[in-house]
Structures are given as structure tokens and as C-alpha cells.
Design a binder for this molecule. Sequence first.
Ligand code: SF4
Length: 148
Amino acid sequence: MGKPTGFMEFLREVANEVAPADRIRNWDEFHLHMPEENLQTQGARCMDCGTPFCHTGMEMNRAASGCPINNLIPEWNDLIYRGRWKDALDRLHKTNNFPEFTGRVCPAPCEGACVLGIIEPPVTIKNIEYSIAEKGWEAGWITPTPPS
Ligand code: SF4
């Protein structure tokens, strides 16, 4: 798991975004980068729950709860905490071919299902997912597949 006491020590922190009124003026990236150490701290907040509701997508009262594609969220939270970005990307790709898309557009029912959310703001799962994909592109671990 991340840091065993991380959820008690660290507050939730998400990356800043360009304001909607400004981002419509161009096609530039509007997700602003968060420093790596801050992301590691956010990964440390994950409790590696015995029953990780974040990971298990299901419908409850006609609403989605948890990840519909069963991303291995606790595992990559822990890998990020330990600075093992390439391993985190590999783990993310086991269930998700396009984390660079889902990290941007998914409404993140995983965060709504996060057990930590019962007593504190939930783990920043979406931002961590997006950042793993970004790191993968920057490091050249993700390469576009040419059409066959
Ligand atoms: S529910 Fe939240 S705290 Fe628990 S494993 Fe998932 S992300 Fe971590």
C-alpha cells in the first residue's frame, strides 16, 4: 500500500487547470502539471482497502460507482508513491488502453466510491491516472501504433 499513515498525514491536492474562459481561446493543454513529489504524496493517501470499491465498477441506484473498466487503482497508487512510474503505467495498461483519454474525460466514479471519501476528501485517482499517462508519453514509454 501507499504510506500506512498517509491518509491521516496528507491533504487532497489536485492539479490546477486553466480557467474555462481562457482555455476556449486556444487548443493548448489546460491541465497544468503537478510536481512529481506532490503526486507521490497523493498516492501515499491510498489505504489499499481490503475491498477497494474504487476498483469495482457497479451500478447502484441507477448511478455508476467505482471504475467501470476495473482499473487496478490501489496498485498504481502504491507504485506512484514509490516512484515506480513505468511499473504504474504497465499496471494501468492492463485494464485500460487509453489512460490519456480517460484521465481527461472520465467523470471518475472511482473517486466517488473511494473509501477514504467517507471521512476525508477521496484519493485523487483521476489526476494520478492522467499523470501516469503523461509521464509515459514524455518518457517515450507510450508510442503511437501505426495503422495496419
Ligand atoms: S477505495 Fe480509495 S483508499 Fe481504498 S484502495 Fe481505492 S483509492 Fe485507495
